[in-house]
Design a protein around this ligand. Sequence first.
Ligand code: SF4
Length: 107
Amino acid sequence: MTQSRREFLNAGIALWAASLIPTTTIAAGPPELLETDPIALALGYKKDAATVDVAKYPKRAGAAGATQFCSNCALYTAGAAGLGACTAIPGKLVAGPGWCNAWIPAA
Ligand code: SF4
């Protein structure tokens, strides 16, 4: 095999391998906030508001508390796939059906 043919084949293999890299990892936005994140723990954030410990966070207890979600919080801006930005937690996305103890009613 000549040197130029080997280089040609190596370049082809490199292009093929590069095509296997998912483009979503390149175009991904901010990551979703995990419940184990220190700020999530500090704020009592749950991605499913129904799982909030209302004994620990009585703000979400009762009929009025049950209506509180990230999606109707003043600090929430809806995005794609049920996630949105929260001004209290920059750089991470929170779940619309979620909740944390910093919840403020949207005007
Ligand atoms: S401040 Fe509001 S939008 Fe942000 S995590 Fe808490 S409840 Fe959700």
